[in-house]
Design a binder for this molecule. Structure first.
Ligand SMILES: *Cc1c(COP(=O)(O)O)cnc(C)c1O
Length: 366
């Protein structure tokens, strides 16, 4: 097999998807599984469907188009507001899109009406994270306008937290969303099919809340794929955290000093790095770099330490591990590295049912 590569164990993803879906169902919440971190991989999308999920979300309309054209039949939600320049594809390939701008909703309506279609939208509400969202004080006016746009079905409202501002979903902001939904229903006498409370960061809230109120939907990617609670950075009990394995190959292994010598200047990225002198160390170079991963968001599974990376080389302190040229090193990935590795054309993607069945790496706990 070629390196570098990312090995994707579909059975672990399926297990995680089933667990999260069961938790959601128990609380009366419908689940949209989010595929953007895996670039809308049709195999992973199919794994979600085989696990009983029927709704998929992605931020890229090209990913949605690709999944549809690969024969994956699901409800498709476009998670990022449509761009005015790709309204037609959105109407053609997405069943629902998340929106915050009336000018875009009008274009969607116009395009849908021309095609004899209705496009459904969820209006996103700003609740403090300061990424996308209509301010709560303006939501009623926006709903009123939206209801008059031909070709548009107002399917619901939603919010997104813990993405830009790092603001957590709490009882309080979830109650605020729930109350807004209640107000809109009362004022307009319309049922809101979706009251969409958020993403992977909603895990703690979902697990602990006594009442979900009017919230009936979540859009979850990272915690299904990587098994982590994104607000605490802790593994979620009974989920696999190793469904993805990054593999890279050793191209140099030498005992060298730990501190660079010569006249200090700048590194490849214009920084002036500082290194502690730890005497000599076994230094391994792997054929992977910042074009493929974020070195701060991968972790070797064996006891070795990442020293840093340039665009195309990753440096490890091999410590007492007996590494040789040509050996493969396995890493866990966090979200930032997963995003880059999935996009990098230099990293082969290899899916299998279970690749590491013989290894004693099972659940994260309980
Ligand atoms: C990315 C995204 C999600 C999913 O986020 P995860 O952290 O992967 O669960 C949900 N909703 C929106 C609007 C998103 O952009």
């Amino acid at each position: 097999m070629s390196a570098p590569r990312i090995e994707i164990e579909l059975e672990k993803i399926s297990h995680n998807a089933t667990k999260i879906m069961t938790l959601c169902r128990a609380k009366g919440i419908r689940l949209t599984a989010v595929t953007k971190a895996v670039c809308g991989s049709p195999q992973i999308a199919k794994t979600f469907l085989d696990s009983g999920i029927s709704s998929l979300g992605d931020s890229y309309i090209a990913n949605i188009q690709n999944m549809r054209e690969s024969g994956i039949q699901a409800q498709y939600i476009l998670l990022r507001s449509p761009m005015p320049s790709n309204i037609q594809q959105v109407v053609e390939f997405a069943d629902i899109s998340l929106n915050t701008e009336l000018s875009i909703i009008r274009r969607l309506g116009e395009c849908a009406a021309q095609r004899g279609k209705t496009h459904s939208i969820i209006l996103m509400v700003e609740l403090g994270d300061l990424r996308e969202g209509i301010l709560p004080a303006e939501i009623k006016a926006t709903v009123k306008e939206t209801l008059n746009i031909r070709g548009i079905n107002l399917a619901g409202i939603g919010t997104n937290l813990a993405c830009f501002g790092g603001i957590k979903p709490t009882e309080q902001n979830m109650q605020e969303l729930s109350d807004l939904a209640e107000d809109i229903q009362r004022a307009h006498g319309i049922p809101l099919e979706f009251v969409s409370g958020g993403n992977s960061a909603n895990y703690q809230w979902l697990n602990s809340t006594k009442t979900t109120g009017r919230i009936n939907h979540l859009r979850i990617g990272e915690s299904i794929l990587l098994g982590y609670d994104t607000t605490t950075h802790q593994p979620i009990p009974q989920l696999y955290t190793d469904a993805f394995t990054l593999v890279a190959e050793v191209i140099e292994i030498k005992t060298k000093p730990s501190k660079p010598y010569g006249e200090p200047g700048r590194d490849a990225f214009g920084n002036a790095p500082a290194f502690e002198d730890q005497g000599t160390m076994r230094r391994a170079i792997l054929a992977i770099g910042r074009q493929d991963i974020d070195p701060t968001s991968i972790q070797p599974r064996a006891d070795m330490q990442i020293l840093g990376a340039s665009s195309d080389h990753l440096l490890l302190n091999a410590k007492n591990i007996d590494l040789n040229v040509g050996d493969e090193v396995q890493f866990d990935l966090q979200y930032g590295a997963l995003l880059k590795a999935m996009v990098s054309p230099y990293v082969e993607k290899n899916t299998c049912r279970l690749c590491y069945i013989n290894e004693a790496r099972y659940f994260s706990g309980a």
